[in-house]
Design a protein around this ligand. Structure first.
Ligand code: G
Ligand code: G
Ligand code: MN
Ligand code: NA
Length: 251
Protein backbone atom coordinates (compact mmCIF):
# COMPACT_ATOMS: atom_id res chain seq x y z
CA UNK A 1 0.00 0.00 0.00
CA UNK A 2 2.87 2.33 0.83
CA UNK A 3 4.52 1.43 -2.47
CA UNK A 4 1.32 2.30 -4.28
CA UNK A 5 1.19 5.72 -2.62
CA UNK A 6 4.82 6.36 -3.55
CA UNK A 7 4.23 5.17 -7.10
CA UNK A 8 1.38 7.60 -7.65
CA UNK A 9 3.74 10.49 -6.92
CA UNK A 10 6.76 9.09 -8.69
CA UNK A 11 6.31 10.98 -11.95
CA UNK A 12 5.75 14.43 -10.43
CA UNK A 13 8.70 13.83 -8.09
CA UNK A 14 10.84 13.05 -11.12
CA UNK A 15 11.82 9.64 -9.79
CA UNK A 16 10.89 7.89 -13.03
CA UNK A 17 13.38 7.80 -15.90
CA UNK A 18 14.23 5.72 -18.91
CA UNK A 19 17.15 3.52 -19.81
CA UNK A 20 17.82 2.61 -23.41
CA UNK A 21 19.17 -0.72 -24.58
CA UNK A 22 20.91 -0.67 -27.98
CA UNK A 23 19.74 -2.98 -30.74
CA UNK A 24 22.46 -3.81 -33.24
CA UNK A 25 23.20 -5.52 -36.50
CA UNK A 26 25.29 -8.58 -35.58
CA UNK A 27 27.54 -8.57 -38.65
CA UNK A 28 28.41 -4.85 -38.66
CA UNK A 29 27.81 -3.82 -35.04
CA UNK A 30 25.71 -0.92 -36.34
CA UNK A 31 23.07 0.63 -34.11
CA UNK A 32 19.60 -0.02 -35.53
CA UNK A 33 17.52 1.12 -32.56
CA UNK A 34 17.02 1.15 -28.82
CA UNK A 35 14.43 -0.29 -26.46
CA UNK A 36 13.20 2.14 -23.81
CA UNK A 37 13.05 0.53 -20.36
CA UNK A 38 11.42 2.37 -17.50
CA UNK A 39 13.20 2.82 -14.16
CA UNK A 40 12.02 4.06 -10.76
CA UNK A 41 14.52 5.45 -8.31
CA UNK A 42 12.86 6.13 -4.97
CA UNK A 43 14.90 8.29 -2.54
CA UNK A 44 14.41 5.86 0.37
CA UNK A 45 13.71 2.53 -1.31
CA UNK A 46 16.33 2.90 -4.00
CA UNK A 47 16.04 1.53 -7.50
CA UNK A 48 12.84 -0.51 -7.77
CA UNK A 49 12.79 -2.98 -10.69
CA UNK A 50 9.96 -2.76 -13.24
CA UNK A 51 8.87 -6.33 -12.45
CA UNK A 52 7.83 -4.93 -9.03
CA UNK A 53 6.14 -1.71 -10.05
CA UNK A 54 4.69 -2.41 -13.52
CA UNK A 55 2.21 -5.01 -12.19
CA UNK A 56 1.30 -2.59 -9.39
CA UNK A 57 0.82 0.21 -11.90
CA UNK A 58 -1.38 -2.11 -13.97
CA UNK A 59 -3.52 -3.11 -10.99
CA UNK A 60 -4.04 0.46 -9.85
CA UNK A 61 -4.63 2.04 -13.24
CA UNK A 62 -1.52 4.21 -12.85
CA UNK A 63 -0.12 2.44 -15.93
CA UNK A 64 -2.06 4.82 -18.17
CA UNK A 65 -0.27 7.85 -16.77
CA UNK A 66 3.04 6.02 -16.60
CA UNK A 67 2.71 4.62 -20.11
CA UNK A 68 1.94 8.06 -21.48
CA UNK A 69 4.93 9.56 -19.68
CA UNK A 70 7.21 6.80 -21.02
CA UNK A 71 6.06 7.28 -24.61
CA UNK A 72 6.42 11.02 -24.41
CA UNK A 73 9.86 10.85 -22.86
CA UNK A 74 11.05 8.21 -25.34
CA UNK A 75 9.95 10.29 -28.34
CA UNK A 76 11.40 13.49 -26.87
CA UNK A 77 14.71 11.74 -26.25
CA UNK A 78 14.94 10.66 -29.89
CA UNK A 79 14.64 14.32 -30.90
CA UNK A 80 17.21 15.40 -28.27
CA UNK A 81 19.72 12.81 -29.50
CA UNK A 82 19.13 13.94 -33.06
CA UNK A 83 19.82 17.54 -32.05
CA UNK A 84 23.00 16.41 -30.30
CA UNK A 85 24.17 14.67 -33.47
CA UNK A 86 23.22 11.10 -32.62
CA UNK A 87 20.87 9.45 -35.07
CA UNK A 88 19.08 6.53 -33.45
CA UNK A 89 17.05 4.94 -36.26
CA UNK A 90 14.18 3.82 -34.06
CA UNK A 91 12.94 3.49 -30.51
CA UNK A 92 10.92 0.56 -29.15
CA UNK A 93 8.49 1.17 -26.30
CA UNK A 94 6.68 -1.56 -24.33
CA UNK A 95 2.91 -1.42 -24.00
CA UNK A 96 0.77 -3.09 -21.32
CA UNK A 97 -2.57 -4.75 -22.02
CA UNK A 98 -4.19 -2.20 -19.72
CA UNK A 99 -3.17 0.60 -22.05
CA UNK A 100 -5.42 -0.87 -24.73
CA UNK A 101 -8.46 -0.94 -22.51
CA UNK A 102 -9.13 2.77 -22.55
CA UNK A 103 -9.54 2.97 -26.28
CA UNK A 104 -7.69 6.25 -26.64
CA UNK A 105 -4.25 4.79 -27.27
CA UNK A 106 -4.11 5.76 -30.93
CA UNK A 107 -4.98 9.38 -30.22
CA UNK A 108 -2.44 9.48 -27.41
CA UNK A 109 0.34 8.16 -29.65
CA UNK A 110 -0.63 10.49 -32.50
CA UNK A 111 -0.63 13.50 -30.12
CA UNK A 112 2.80 12.61 -28.75
CA UNK A 113 4.26 12.18 -32.24
CA UNK A 114 2.84 15.53 -33.30
CA UNK A 115 4.08 17.30 -30.15
CA UNK A 116 7.58 15.88 -30.34
CA UNK A 117 7.92 15.86 -34.12
CA UNK A 118 9.23 12.29 -34.20
CA UNK A 119 8.46 10.47 -37.46
CA UNK A 120 5.90 7.70 -36.77
CA UNK A 121 7.98 4.99 -38.45
CA UNK A 122 10.79 5.65 -35.93
CA UNK A 123 8.53 4.55 -33.08
CA UNK A 124 8.05 0.82 -32.58
CA UNK A 125 5.51 -0.37 -30.06
CA UNK A 126 6.15 -3.73 -28.39
CA UNK A 127 3.27 -5.92 -27.37
CA UNK A 128 3.35 -9.50 -26.15
CA UNK A 129 1.34 -12.34 -27.64
CA UNK A 130 -0.89 -12.45 -24.59
CA UNK A 131 -1.74 -8.77 -24.96
CA UNK A 132 -2.86 -9.45 -28.51
CA UNK A 133 -4.74 -12.64 -27.73
CA UNK A 134 -6.41 -11.56 -24.49
CA UNK A 135 -7.32 -7.96 -25.14
CA UNK A 136 -10.67 -7.65 -26.81
CA UNK A 137 -9.98 -4.83 -29.21
CA UNK A 138 -6.23 -5.25 -29.55
CA UNK A 139 -6.54 -6.11 -33.24
CA UNK A 140 -8.48 -2.92 -33.89
CA UNK A 141 -6.00 -0.74 -31.99
CA UNK A 142 -3.02 -2.40 -33.61
CA UNK A 143 -4.50 -1.74 -37.03
CA UNK A 144 -5.19 1.87 -36.03
CA UNK A 145 -1.61 2.31 -34.82
CA UNK A 146 -0.37 0.84 -38.08
CA UNK A 147 -2.53 3.26 -40.02
CA UNK A 148 -0.76 6.25 -38.41
CA UNK A 149 2.58 4.77 -39.46
CA UNK A 150 3.86 3.38 -36.17
CA UNK A 151 5.84 0.11 -36.28
CA UNK A 152 4.87 -2.89 -34.18
CA UNK A 153 6.88 -5.72 -32.63
CA UNK A 154 5.78 -8.86 -30.82
CA UNK A 155 7.79 -9.05 -27.61
CA UNK A 156 8.85 -12.28 -25.84
CA UNK A 157 7.82 -14.17 -28.97
CA UNK A 158 7.33 -17.90 -28.43
CA UNK A 159 6.57 -17.72 -24.70
CA UNK A 160 2.91 -16.79 -24.89
CA UNK A 161 -0.21 -18.27 -26.27
CA UNK A 162 -0.29 -17.13 -29.85
CA UNK A 163 -2.02 -18.05 -33.01
CA UNK A 164 -0.24 -18.02 -36.32
CA UNK A 165 -3.55 -17.07 -37.93
CA UNK A 166 -3.47 -13.84 -35.93
CA UNK A 167 0.13 -13.23 -36.83
CA UNK A 168 -0.77 -13.44 -40.50
CA UNK A 169 -3.47 -10.80 -40.15
CA UNK A 170 -1.56 -8.38 -37.96
CA UNK A 171 0.38 -5.46 -39.43
CA UNK A 172 3.46 -6.39 -37.41
CA UNK A 173 7.03 -5.85 -38.69
CA UNK A 174 9.17 -7.52 -36.03
CA UNK A 175 9.36 -10.65 -33.88
CA UNK A 176 11.52 -10.52 -30.76
CA UNK A 177 12.84 -13.98 -29.83
CA UNK A 178 12.46 -14.26 -26.07
CA UNK A 179 15.72 -14.38 -24.17
CA UNK A 180 14.78 -17.70 -22.53
CA UNK A 181 15.39 -19.38 -25.91
CA UNK A 182 18.70 -17.59 -26.45
CA UNK A 183 20.22 -18.42 -23.08
CA UNK A 184 21.20 -22.03 -23.87
CA UNK A 185 20.98 -21.75 -27.63
CA UNK A 186 24.18 -23.60 -28.36
CA UNK A 187 23.74 -26.38 -25.78
CA UNK A 188 20.00 -27.09 -25.60
CA UNK A 189 18.65 -28.74 -28.75
CA UNK A 190 15.09 -27.64 -28.00
CA UNK A 191 16.00 -23.98 -27.60
CA UNK A 192 18.09 -24.23 -30.72
CA UNK A 193 15.15 -25.70 -32.65
CA UNK A 194 12.75 -23.05 -31.37
CA UNK A 195 15.08 -20.16 -32.23
CA UNK A 196 15.65 -21.54 -35.73
CA UNK A 197 11.90 -22.03 -36.22
CA UNK A 198 11.18 -18.41 -35.21
CA UNK A 199 13.89 -17.14 -37.57
CA UNK A 200 12.41 -19.20 -40.42
CA UNK A 201 8.88 -18.09 -39.60
CA UNK A 202 9.99 -14.48 -39.70
CA UNK A 203 11.73 -14.98 -43.02
CA UNK A 204 8.77 -16.66 -44.66
CA UNK A 205 6.36 -13.99 -43.37
CA UNK A 206 8.72 -11.19 -44.32
CA UNK A 207 9.21 -9.99 -40.74
CA UNK A 208 12.38 -8.81 -39.04
CA UNK A 209 13.54 -11.05 -36.24
CA UNK A 210 15.61 -9.73 -33.33
CA UNK A 211 17.10 -11.91 -30.61
CA UNK A 212 16.88 -10.68 -27.02
CA UNK A 213 19.22 -11.42 -24.16
CA UNK A 214 22.30 -12.08 -26.29
CA UNK A 215 25.14 -12.35 -23.76
CA UNK A 216 27.94 -14.14 -25.61
CA UNK A 217 29.82 -14.08 -28.87
CA UNK A 218 28.86 -17.71 -29.33
CA UNK A 219 25.14 -16.88 -29.21
CA UNK A 220 25.62 -14.03 -31.67
CA UNK A 221 27.54 -16.33 -34.03
CA UNK A 222 24.83 -18.96 -33.85
CA UNK A 223 22.16 -16.41 -34.70
CA UNK A 224 24.09 -15.00 -37.61
CA UNK A 225 24.73 -18.49 -39.05
CA UNK A 226 21.01 -19.20 -38.86
CA UNK A 227 19.94 -16.01 -40.59
CA UNK A 228 19.19 -13.66 -37.70
CA UNK A 229 21.27 -10.50 -37.96
CA UNK A 230 19.64 -8.40 -35.24
CA UNK A 231 20.35 -8.61 -31.53
CA UNK A 232 19.93 -6.94 -28.19
CA UNK A 233 21.62 -7.99 -24.97
CA UNK A 234 24.45 -7.58 -22.49
CA UNK A 235 27.02 -8.83 -25.02
CA UNK A 236 26.45 -5.57 -26.89
CA UNK A 237 25.29 -3.29 -24.11
CA UNK A 238 23.33 -3.10 -20.91
CA UNK A 239 20.46 -0.62 -20.86
CA UNK A 240 22.08 2.86 -20.73
CA UNK A 241 21.05 6.30 -19.54
CA UNK A 242 20.33 8.85 -22.27
CA UNK A 243 23.67 10.50 -21.56
CA UNK A 244 25.61 7.24 -21.76
CA UNK A 245 23.91 6.44 -25.07
CA UNK A 246 25.22 9.71 -26.41
CA UNK A 247 28.72 9.18 -25.04
CA UNK A 248 28.94 5.69 -26.42
CA UNK A 249 27.36 6.09 -29.87
CA UNK A 250 27.89 9.70 -30.93
CA UNK A 251 30.67 9.73 -33.48
O1 G B 1 15.08 -3.97 -17.56
P1 G B 1 14.02 -4.84 -17.40
O2 G B 1 14.13 -5.16 -15.92
O3 G B 1 13.84 -3.49 -17.70
O4 G B 1 12.43 -4.88 -17.67
C1 G B 1 11.67 -5.86 -17.05
C2 G B 1 10.29 -5.94 -17.65
O5 G B 1 9.63 -4.69 -17.54
C3 G B 1 10.31 -6.31 -19.13
O6 G B 1 9.38 -7.36 -19.30
C4 G B 1 9.83 -5.08 -19.81
O7 G B 1 9.01 -5.41 -20.93
C5 G B 1 9.02 -4.36 -18.75
N1 G B 1 9.07 -2.92 -19.00
C6 G B 1 10.17 -2.14 -19.00
N2 G B 1 9.83 -0.86 -19.30
C7 G B 1 8.49 -0.86 -19.53
C8 G B 1 7.54 0.14 -19.91
O8 G B 1 7.86 1.30 -20.14
N3 G B 1 6.24 -0.24 -19.99
C9 G B 1 5.83 -1.52 -19.77
N4 G B 1 4.53 -1.79 -19.88
N5 G B 1 6.69 -2.49 -19.44
C10 G B 1 8.00 -2.18 -19.32
O1 G C 1 10.51 -8.35 -21.51
P1 G C 1 11.32 -7.32 -22.21
O2 G C 1 11.98 -7.95 -23.34
O3 G C 1 10.58 -6.08 -22.63
O4 G C 1 12.43 -6.79 -21.22
C1 G C 1 13.74 -6.80 -21.49
C2 G C 1 14.41 -7.20 -20.19
O5 G C 1 15.58 -7.98 -20.46
C3 G C 1 14.87 -6.06 -19.34
O6 G C 1 14.70 -6.43 -18.03
C4 G C 1 16.35 -5.96 -19.69
O7 G C 1 17.10 -5.30 -18.70
C5 G C 1 16.70 -7.43 -19.76
N1 G C 1 17.89 -7.76 -20.54
C6 G C 1 18.38 -7.10 -21.59
N2 G C 1 19.49 -7.71 -22.09
C7 G C 1 19.68 -8.80 -21.32
C8 G C 1 20.66 -9.85 -21.34
O8 G C 1 21.55 -9.92 -22.17
N3 G C 1 20.51 -10.81 -20.38
C9 G C 1 19.53 -10.79 -19.46
N4 G C 1 19.51 -11.77 -18.56
N5 G C 1 18.60 -9.83 -19.42
C10 G C 1 18.67 -8.85 -20.34
MN1 MN D 1 10.39 -5.52 -24.59
NA1 NA E 1 11.27 -9.67 -24.12
Amino acid sequence: LRLETFLRRSIEKEEIFLNYQPQVQIDTGRLVGVEALVRWNHPELGLIPPIRFIPLAEDTGFINQLGKWVLHEACRQMVRWQEAGLHVPKIAVNLSAKQFERGSIVNMVADILRETGLEPQRLQLEVTESVIMNTGDAMVFINDLHSIGVALAIDDFGTGYSSLAYLKQLPVQTLKIDRSFIKDISTDVNDEAIAIAIIQLGKSMNLSVIAEGVETEEQAGFLLRHGCNLAQGYYYSRPLTAGDMLARWQK
